[in-house]
Design a binder for this molecule. Structure first.
Ligand SMILES: [Zn+2]
Length: 367
């Protein structure tokens, strides 16, 4: 084996290693959000108890609540809980900005380091400034036009809606206080889960973005990039399909960045909980097969020589990529504002006169 194919192998091993470090980091950071939600839970339930004691418990059993009466209590509850929600949001925004920004740097710096170690040549580290990165992550470049901070805000606003609903059910006596308190706690738990999912997904995006910036900076030694999907049974159909596709037809280095936005079903992250990452193809190497960590049907770790997800699936007895794609709900790969038409777009991005243009593609991942 020549040193050059060894280099590609080392590159991929380094990516595995630094992605596992990032995963641990993500898990640790997400836990830091928990106390803020715990505090909200405590306050929300305490205010609910106050409202229940002051208004609901005092009424005699024959009391029929009027709409006006119920509305007044709902409003009173909201005036108490909205400052708590604003506080939660105020805690989450700077936290999210700093971890997402840090993850872009992480992606860019580890990629530069990996390139240097694997290719054994001097590389250029992208000159990313904090304000530049903040500009990129604050600017919506996704079709829904929402930034991560809008998504967090929305997830917090949903708590207000749910709290209002719960109070209504309590005061109109559709629900007992103890059930209402449980329901409210459960909904805040769900909001924590939703919030952590947003941050996790954005960190996957940030890492992929940082990787792309580093690769673009070192275009002289990098030929293209492909999606590396996890070889286990949880990998989504389109991630598996795009991994196999992009290994055959690698993407441009700037693909899936604000300069050259990715296509639906072919972006990182592709969906919440996406664990994919970009792997560079070092110039003159092509993709050489190497052993890759994978999980068998009993979720036991093993090493496979499978060159594609499809081959791996066959090896462990999972459905083929084609069957996975056919059984999948394609809508989960769309972002707000996108239609099925966008997902079916069979196009390829080519560089022409220094510009990226979109041209029809003969290849169909559904085939
Ligand atoms: Zn994925």
């Amino acid at each position: 084996m020549s040193w050059i194919s060894e280099a590609q192998k080392h590159y991929e091993e380094y990516v595995d290693y630094y992605t596992s470090l990032l995963d641990t980091y993500i898990d640790d950071r997400i836990l830091e959000m928990a106390p803020a939600y715990g505090q909200l839970q405590e306050m929300a339930v305490r205010h609910l108890e106050y409202v229940a004691k002051k208004y609901v418990d005092e009424q005699n059993p024959d009391f029929i609540p009027t709409r006006r009466w119920a509305k007044k209590i709902q409003e009173e509850y909201l005036t108490k809980i909205i400052p708590e929600l604003n506080l939660l949001n105020a805690k989450l925004q700077p936290f999210a900005t700093s971890v997402i920004c840090g993850t872009v740097f992480y992606g860019a710096n580890t990629t530069a380091y990996i390139l240097e170690q694997a290719a054994r040549c001097a590389v250029t580290v992208p000159n990313l400034t904090k304000s530049g990165v903040l500009g990129v992550i604050a600017n919506p470049w996704l079709p829904d036009g929402a930034t991560y901070s809008k998504r967090i805000r929305k997830s917090v606003d949903l708590v207000a809606e749910q709290a209002e609903k719960t109070v209504k059910e309590l005061v109109t006596r559709k629900m007992q206080y103890s059930d209402a308190a449980k329901e409210l706690s459960k909904r805040i738990d769900e909001s924590y889960y939703r919030g952590s999912r947003i941050i996790r997904t954005e960190m996957t995006r940030a890492n992929a973005l940082g990787t792309s910036y580093s690769l673009m900076e070192n275009a002289d030694i990098v030929e293209g990039k492909y999606r590396d999907a996890t070889f286990d049974s949880k990998t989504s159909a389109y991630c598996a399909a795009d991994a196999d596709y992009s290994k055959k037809y690698p993407y441009d280095l700037d693909y899936d960045t604000p300069m050259n936005p990715g296509l639906p079903g072919r972006r990182i992250p592709n969906h919440p909980h996406c664990r994919c990452r970009w792997v560079a193809i070092l110039s003159g190497l092509g993709i050489k097969n190497r052993q890759k960590a994978a999980f068998d049907k009993n979720d036991e770790l093993y090493y496979t020589k499978a060159a594609s997800y499809d081959e791996y699936a066959k090896e462990v007895g999972l459905p083929s990529v084609k069957d996975m794609v056919n059984a999948d709900n394609p809508k989960k790969y769309l972002r707000p504002g996108e239609t099925m038409e966008d997902l079916r777009k069979q196009v390829e991005r080519k560089r022409f006169n220094g510009q990226i243009i979109t041209v029809p593609l003969g290849l169909d991942i559904h085939n």
